[in-house]
Structure formats: C-alpha cells, structure tokens
Design a protein around this ligand. Structure first.
Ligand code: 13P
Length: 261
C-alpha cells in the first residue's frame, strides 16, 4: 500500500506572529501543487490562530506542538483539543523528546494525549527515540519499542494506521547536526513498522506513516527519504527558513515540485 509522504515543520519556540505571516505567505504559493505530499507546520500557540487562518483554504495543515488531554477545566497554562479544533488546527505533536526531557512528560501522559487527539479528530504525530547513552548501551530498541507499545495500549482497536503518525527522532540527532545515517534511520523505522505489524496487523502497519526527525536538511533529505520505510520528516532547525523547508518538501515530492526561485 502506498503511503502519502509527509513533510512537517516543527518551529519549536521560534517566530513571532509577524515572522509566521511572512513564512506562511511564502510557503502557500509553493504548496499549491502539493499533490503527493502532506505538508504540516507545527507552530507556537501564539501563532496558531493566524497560521490556521492563513492556511485555511490550502492543503497545508496547521499544527500545535502540544496540548492537554482534557477538554476544559483547572489546568492553568494548558490548551485543549477543542480549543485547537476551534482554530482550525488539524494535527498536534505529541511526546516530543523536549517535552519528555525538559517538562517531564512520561509514556503514560504521551499515550493519553495520543488517544485524546485521535478521539478529538486531531492527527497526532507521536515522537519516539532514544538518547545517545541508551543507543551506546544497546538499549535503543527497549526504549523505542516500549514507547510505541505504551502508546498503543491507549489507542482503541478500531483506529486505523492513517489516524496516527509516528516520528522516530533519535535524541542524539536533534539540533546537533549529527544525523542518523540513512541505514540507521531505515533500520529503526523498519523495526518500528514490524512491531506495529505484529501488534496491529498488516492494514495498520502498511498505512501508518513513520517520519524521521533529527537534523534533517536539504543536504541529507534525499538519502533519508529514499529509505523504504521512511515516510517523510519532522524537521526543526532546517524548517525555520521557508526556502530550506520548501526544498525539503520538493525532495519529498520528487522532481515535479516547483523549484524555489
Ligand atoms: P532538528 O531538525 O533541529 O534536529 O530538530 C528535530 C526535531 O526535534 C523535530 O521535531
């Protein structure tokens, strides 16, 4: 089964509303002919209203970088799924390693957020990945498979693979310029797909998209996305510049993509 690739920008804690407007205004004309690739921009909450408004009639999906899995209530500082849907947001990053490592999100919370996003009609992009110490210590697969299994415990049986996206982001490759080799990316993502096949069956495993994240950039994108099981990218640093992000989209889509002037 052919999966539609996805190229996703994760701006993290970057860009004012004005900067977001300039970026999206430049992205939209390039995204007009986005057949063959899904484009998502995961922006700070402060930009979300404006970005969602700007992309409303386009194929670009406005995404949030986080949310809290209750609809409303006394959760100071948090934002709910209905609030995101109200803005026209279509997707949300869940369990990014920065949220896990800096803000203490554990597997249980990540699993609850994933289930709540799906139930609410948001596409969760669920991040998983190991630290350098875990990789060097031979615990990479224990960590990653444990993260995947915990998420699936909360996902109802009737949820299809197209309702969730995983992003394999080895923590040692995030923001470091140190990218996983294409073979390492394929190896990890292929194993994740095999695990999903065991746990959820062929239909799920063949339709679920698994992205690579970690210092993806125009110079290395071709080799990484050429790997059989890699369905696109979740990109931090190289997504902040719209030229560089559109180059990544173009590489994902193939040679038909209109090249930046
Ligand atoms: P970089 O592309 O900056 O390494 O960040 C990857 C990432 O964390 C995307 O979510």
């Amino acid at each position: 089964m052919a999966r539609k690739p996805m190229m996703a920008a994760n701006w993290k804690m970057n860009k004012t509303v004005r900067e977001a407007q300039d970026y999206v205004a430049a992205l939209l004309p390039r995204a007009e002919d986005s057949e063959g690739v899904d484009i998502a921009v995961f922006v700070p909450f402060t930009c979300l209203h404006e970005v969602a408004r700007m992309v409303e009639d386009s194929d670009v999906v406005a995404g949030a970088q986080n949310f809290y899995p209750e609809d409303s209530g006394s959760y100071t500082g948090e934002v709910s799924a209905p609030m995101l849907l109200d803005l026209g947001v279509g997707a949300v990053v869940v369990g990014h390693s920065e949220r896990r490592e800096i803000f203490g999100e554990d597997d249980e919370l990540v699993a609850r957020k994933t289930a709540k996003a799906i139930e609410s009609g948001l596409l969760p992009v669920v991040c998983i990945g190991e630290t350098k110490e875990e990789r060097d210590g031979g615990q990479m697969w224990d960590k990653v498979s444990g993260q995947v299994k915990r998420v699936l415990e909360e996902v109802p049986d009737d949820v299809g693979g197209e309702q969730i996206v995983f992003a394999y982001e080895p923590i040692w490759a995030i923001g470091t310029g140190d990218t996983a080799s294409p073979e390492d990316a394929q190896d990890a993502i292929g194993q994740i797909r095999d695990l999903l096949r065991d746990l959820k069956g062929d239909g799920f495993a063949d339709s679920v998209r698994i992205l690579y994240g970690g210092s993806m950039k125009p110079e290395n994108v071709d080799e990484i996305i050429a790997q059989e099981d890699v369905d696109g990218g979740l990109v931090g640093g190289a997504s902040l510049d719209v030229e560089s992000f559109t180059a990544l989209i173009g590489a994902t889509q193939g040679s038909d993509w209109p090249v930046a002037e």
